[in-house]
Design a protein around this ligand. Structure first.
Ligand code: WTA
Length: 659
């Protein structure tokens, strides 16, 4: 996508007026370079309130397992809520909630303190104690944020599971984290209509033959849509019955800086999702710092809006922890961009006077497609900073974003980071950096990155493409994969030896030394900024009784970045039946729905191609590169390493269905 656009790019110098008020400064680069640990220690002390100061900034003696701000104690929820009230900012709006149905709720920091305290008391009354895990399977409503912060208050790590995941995916994640409580809603609003949600939890927790029961003792249910629900006596409890009557006071206990804050599952190269886990002090420090210097949040004047779903890391770091730690005022929107009309986002920007907007390239490209006239109908003049995250933003979308949303002047921060990094790593600083569309540019102050070639040597050829690595530990880094130390070392710290964190992204420099991210180099796809694993979708397809074998690739897609394309070999009897009945289309639909049921609607393939064979090397490895050529309608590349080089012709001739 971004591939060869990295030469001869125009640049945009920072506006001097913006620079004057910017939180980020050029001096930060120099200070961080001179003494990175001292730089981070200062960020931690300036931005976070510690109940016990730390005595060591970084302990890397057990690398790659890091400890940051060792000996320090803090409570993350106290930092995000109570201290703002104590500082006299209780009346400041924390959240302007905008519901799908047009219902709204204004939550000040004082309100937030009461709600979070009540929720913490409620969870404690259900037996949740420090160290217990709580699964959160909820839409974008205030109660979701209350629950996350209540967990942080109690020191009970949360595991938020995106509301688009299906029962099996939910079950696996609940079991892996050994969650005691699940918090959910009866249903969720989707494009103006209620859709059931608790029913998925019921299915996820239902007893299964040959499997032990799930560890869940309680399901706490918010009534959001008035959807009918089944009820398991003794297990299920209404939020209103348990939370509403609780005391509005709750004392937040200090936690060790390295106390686990949350687990968040993400796709890796194998089918089993990885529980990425983050801890307290370092994570919160880097979230607060980046939200201040990259988004340039000024809590007393800005209205910030991050459009990410709370089920992904962006929602964790830049809707919950970063902005709330900074005491910012933000918008939280429950619905989709086109409900009830395609101008809904711009209507929200106008209504609340949003000054900082953080979203994903896939959304920007969708708005481009819908037309310039839609945002033009609204007053977007409040916007002063724009952000992008999730995948490379192509220069064309960048220019459109600046022109049509940013009034031709707002700086755009293209922020590269990952679930694993916890917070922004590579990005321009608005007001400091000369912007170059399409490039995430440079590591932010305090972060060090490099691009290595196949042999692990730093890239020297300016035309070459290599692998992005991070060369120093950073405060918000993952502390591991939940329950799997080996997989952590192997996935991130072995490709180029144990000194380099391997990000899994291809990258190159341009002639200005700016970094261009070129997409994943492993079997992870990026669909609308969501990470999906080819292996996970393949195993979902193979679990269908009619499927013998499956291969999945991510093919370029104009709007979603990549789209899931599946190649499927049917079992003999299914093949016969399909031939006889000529029911290819129905079967394709059936397989797409099956993936939807197994993993969730986001994983449904755009295309399912039924093929007689798959291209394999002599050692039996599927050559996805060739399938990608087919999926992207290209001339098929080099087939010399195929065990049988006639296979590609068979595939092209034999494709019986397309959806
Ligand atoms: C991709 C999302 C290019 C990248 C925060 C990374 C990006 C993966 C950018 C992480 C960007 C994210 N430019 N690529 N600005 N931001 N990516 O874990 O491939 O959902 O490895 O975290 O998204 O996705 P994740």
């Amino acid at each position: 996508m971004v591939t060869d656009e990295s030469t001869a790019q125009e640049t945009y110098a920072p506006d001097p007026q913006f620079a004057e008020q910017a939180n980020g400064t050029a001096q930060m680069y120099a200070a961080a370079e001179a003494d990175p640990e001292e730089f981070w220690a200062q960020q931690a002390r300036d931005r976070i309130t510690w109940s016990t100061d730390f005595d060591q900034t970084l302990d890397w003696s057990n690398a790659p397992f890091a400890k940051w701000f060792v000996g320090g104690e803090l409570n993350v929820a106290h930092n995000c809520v109570d201290r703002h009230v104590e500082a006299g900012n209780g009346d400041r709006v924390a959240i302007h909630f905008e519901g799908d149905q047009g219902d709204t709720r204004t939550i000040t920091y004082a309100d937030l303190q009461k709600e979070v305290s009540k929720t913490a008391n409620a969870l404690a009354s259900l037996g949740v104690a420090k160290g217990d895990r709580v699964a959160i399977y909820m839409p974008m409503i205030p109660e979701t944020i209350f629950t996350m912060l209540a967990c942080a208050r109690l020191g009970a790590p949360h595991s938020v599971i995106f509301g688009g995941f299906a029962a099996d995916a939910l079950r696996t994640r609940i079991i892996d984290a050994d969650a005691k409580v699940v918090v959910t809603t009866d249903g969720q609003w989707r494009r103006g209509k209620p859709a059931p949600l608790k029913a998925t939890v019921d299915a996820a927790l239902a007893p299964k033959d040959g499997e032990p029961d799930t560890p869940v003792e309680t399901v706490l249910v918010v009534n959001r849509t008035g959807t009918d629900v089944e009820w398991v006596e003794g297990r299920d409890q209404w939020w209103s019955d348990v939370v509403d009557s609780q005391s509005e006071e709750h004392t937040a206990e200090p936690m060790d800086s390295e106390h686990p804050l949350f687990i968040l599952y993400t796709s890796g190269t194998t089918g089993k999702p990885k529980g990425i886990f983050h801890t307290s002090g370092g994570y919160l420090t880097q979230c607060a710092y980046t939200n201040a210097v990259v988004h340039d949040v000024h809590p007393d004047t800005d209205v910030y809006w991050c459009t990410a779903d709370v089920g992904w890391v962006t929602g964790h770091s830049y809707m919950v922890y970063g902005p709330l730690a900074n005491g910012a005022t933000q918008v939280v929107y429950e619905g989709t961009p086109d409900t009830p009309h395609q101008g809904r986002w711009w209507e929200i920007v106008q209504k609340y006077g949003v000054t900082i907007l953080y979203t994903a390239p896939t959304a920007i490209r969708t708005f481009m497609k819908w037309g310039d006239d839609i945002p033009a109908k609204y007053d977007l003049s409040s916007i002063r900073v724009l952000g992008s995250v999730g995948e490379p933003i192509n220069p064309e979308a960048w220019r459109w974003y600046r022109e049509h949303i940013g009034g031709g002047t707002a700086p755009i921060v293209d922020t590269w980071w990952q679930t694993e990094t916890g917070a922004i790593m590579i990005s321009p600083l608005p007001g400091v950096t000369e912007l170059e569309p399409g490039s995430a540019q440079k590591p932010i102050p305090g972060i060090s990155a490099e691009i290595l070639d196949d042999e692990g040597q730093p890239l020297t050829d300016p035309e070459a493409v290599g692998y992005l690595v991070l060369t120093k530990p950073w405060p918000a880094m993952l502390r591991g994969i939940w329950g799997d130390e080996e997989r952590y070392k192997e996935t991130y710290w072995s490709r180029f030896g144990d000194k380099y964190y391997f990000a899994g992204d291809g990258a190159k420099y341009d002639d200005k030394g700016n970094i261009w991210l070129l997409g994943r180099v492993d079997d992870v796809m990026n669909v609308s900024g969501h990470r999906l694993s080819t292996a996970e979708i393949e195993s979902a397809l193979v679990s269908h009784p009619k499927v013998a074998e499956a291969a999945v690739v991510g093919a370029a897609d104009e709007t979603t970045g990549q789209a899931v394309c599946a190649f499927v070999i049917l079992r003999e009897d299914a093949k016969k039946e399909a031939d006889e009945k000529g029911e290819g289309d129905d079967l394709v639909q059936e397989l797409r729905n099956h993936v939807g049921q197994e993993i969730g609607p986001i994983a449904k393939p755009r295309q399912v191609m039924i093929v007689p064979e798959l291209p394999k090397t002599r050692s039996g490895k599927i050559m996805r590169r060739l399938l990608k050529d087919v999926a992207e309608n290209r001339e098929v590349g080099d087939v010399t390493t195929l065990a049988d080089d006639s296979v590609m012709n068979l595939i092209k001739d034999g494709m019986t269905a397309d959806s």
